[in-house]
Design a protein. Structure first.
Length: 384
């Protein structure tokens, strides 16, 4: 038996990439979970804003992402990370189950992060009807693609149960075209969603520098597109990496690709949670750590520095050195004369403009004066 060589003369190879999968999966569960918890805590304490559908979609994304990473960790216990030809035949069914589960969880996570981002846009740009129609249309496309890409892998074989048990009689089609479609359509949708708010941002009344700053907020907030492009590049560079044909070694060769795929949703979750995390950290720095357990705008015992002074009342003068907390503020100007109210189509005309507010330092922003009989109402809308 000294000359025994398993599977067509290949030498035994006990190399195992499983520990790297376990380490990555553990990190990708812990870090985004903490980020979402801090995001929600910030929404309660720092911004005191109501939770909306984008928050719910982000929770679903986190559930899919954590399930994906947890399944990858479990998969290493049945042979993932080792060479396929070194695994016993008894592990084949469990490995096929692992393939189906991680595909389902991956598809769910990357599509719900798209839905969460579209809902965030709907919350920020709801004043634009054209934008809302575009969001609904793109959202419908994302949902349709999500359903199709979830269902197809379960019916790749005839009979369908052969998908989980390759030993029963039947035939299966190659999944290479399916993976290529994922590698093409997924980043295409990501880029479309990334560019969607840019026309609105660049029409705002502000300097080029501030437009670039505002654009960078959205780019960084949806940076998972970079991971989608990296994943697509890996697939198209080596099309055989996902092959299950004779001689293929998917349980070993696909480890780098799976780690990149595991990172895609957690990175987007952390990025979308960035602005609220930044706000709660600013609050802690400004008022002290005890302020993280109070919903008061200026908790008792705070330093009361000039930078914390804000304009809260109509036409109040702004203190020197005061700066707005968020990148965006919404200014709602309602012009009402003492004798009449401007009416268009039988309804009161309200002017709404979403624009960035520059620093008050150096008197860059002067109090708005609409004349006698004019009321200015200003409220803050933060990107959270």
């Amino acid at each position: 038996m000294s000359g025994y060589k398993p599977f067509g003369g290949r030498e035994p190879n006990y190399e195992d990439r499983g520990p790297s999968v376990v380490a990555a999966g553990t990190i990708f569960i812990i870090v985004p979970t903490i980020a979402v918890c801090v995001r929600f805590w910030s929404r309660i304490v720092a911004t005191r804003s109501k939770f909306w559908w984008d928050d719910a979609a982000l929770l679903v994304t986190l559930a899919f992402s954590n399930a994906y990473s947890a399944t990858m960790i479990w998969w290493t216990t049945v042979g993932y990370g080792r060479h396929m030809y070194m695994l016993p035949l008894s592990s084949v069914k469990k490995n096929m189950l692992g393939v189906q589960l991680i595909t389902a969880f991956y598809i769910g996570s990357i599509n719900f992060i798209k839905i969460s981002t579209l809902l965030l846009y709907a919350r920020l740009f709801r004043v634009s009807k054209r934008m809302m129609y575009t969001l609904w249309t793109l959202g419908g496309i994302v949902v349709a693609w999500w359903i199709a890409s979830e269902v197809l892998p379960w019916f790749a074989c005839n009979p369908p149960k052969k998908t989980l048990d390759p030993f029963i009689p039947g035939v299966c089609i190659s999944r290479i075209n399916y993976y290529h479609a994922l590698g093409l359509i997924n980043p295409l949708l990501d880029i479309t969603i990334l560019l969607l708010p840019m026309p609105i941002v660049w029409k705002l009344r502000m300097s080029w520098r501030r437009k670039l700053l505002a654009s960078s907020v959205f780019v960084l907030g949806y940076c998972s597109v970079s991971m989608a492009l990296v994943r697509s590049g890996m697939i198209f560079h080596n099309p055989k990496i996902l092959s299950a044909s004779n001689g293929a070694d998917p349980t070993y060769d696909t480890v780098p690709l799976q780690i990149v795929s595991m990172l895609e949703a957690p990175l987007a979750i952390i990025a979308l949670s960035g602005p609220p995390i930044n706000q709660i950290m600013r609050r802690a720095k400004q008022f002290g750590w005890h302020s993280l357990f109070s919903t008061a705008r200026e908790p008792s015992g705070s330093s009361g520095s000039k930078s914390s002074t804000r304009s809260r009342h109509t036409n109040d003068s702004v203190a020197d050195g005061a700066k707005p907390d968020g990148l965006f503020h919404r200014v709602v100007k309602k012009k009402m004369s003492s004798a009449s109210v401007a009416v268009r189509g039988g309804r009161r005309e309200d002017e709404e403009a979403l624009h960035p507010v520059p620093s008050y330092n150096g008197h860059e922003l002067q109090p708005w004066d609409g004349g006698k009989g004019t009321i200015q109402v200003q409220r803050e809308v933060s990107v959270v």
